[in-house]
Design a protein around this ligand. Sequence first.
Ligand code: IPD
Ligand code: CA
Length: 274
Amino acid sequence: MKDTIDEALEIALAAARLAGEILQAGQPDEPRRASVTTRLKSSPTDVVTEMDLAAEKAIVEVLERLRPLDGIVAEEGSNRDSNSGWNWFVDPLDGTVNYLYGSPQWCVSIAAADSEGVCAAVVHAPALALTFYARRGKGSFRIDRQGETRLGPISEVPLDQALVATGFGYRSERRRNQARVVAEVIPLVRDIRRKGSAALDLCWVASGVVNAYYERGTNAWDIKAGGLIVEEAGGVFGGLRGESAGMAMTVAAAPKLQSELVELLTNLDADLGD
Ligand code: IPD
Ligand code: CA
């Protein structure tokens, strides 16, 4: 019989690929951009599209069929309590704005958690022909057209040479505070990247495309899968002031760089205020 974590990974991969196909098939061209926008969430720039909803529905149908007792926490609201001790964290389309604008940096992010935490994770980016996955204790991998490569260990670099990815929330009060913090960070690092998908940003850390990632205001569905992918590549994924990664702050990098960034962001009170 298959180890349950292997089975969870297989389900996550299958569900992510199915959602990826739906999203690619339904990607709007420029003239249709506005017509697929079904409603606004936290601000006029925080959109949910027909395609976010269709992708989430497809993933949830797979989980309901194969894991009927497990809980679900999904970005577009298909939530369900767990009767098995297992939970799934689903972002059907992370990088919605990139997707709408035809930029390839978007993905489907799915994490499965047992009683000890996240144990299987998939971040699937069809437009980049890339899939990242991890199982707890068994490493992180990247699948591309050439095949499969194990990730890590993530290299340490000094803070002043670090290429640092970050993201901004949708509400303008939150952004004002995030702009204050990034204005303090940018003179101290190699450069900043704002690529537009938190789940992929974590995979970029795991695969050395950037050295670090931090963001205030991420939800569980944005970061649970990417967090395991970072940890299994030898990185550290956490928050400030001894807290876990989450809404207040998420910081991911190789261990020494991660603690330097945590110290800097704590001194800037980057997790406080709006
Ligand atoms: C957003 C993206 C973005 C991050 C935001 C997220 P969405 O998710 O991950 O990079 O900066 O905090 O909300 O709205 O594209 O699913
Ligand atoms: Ca998201």
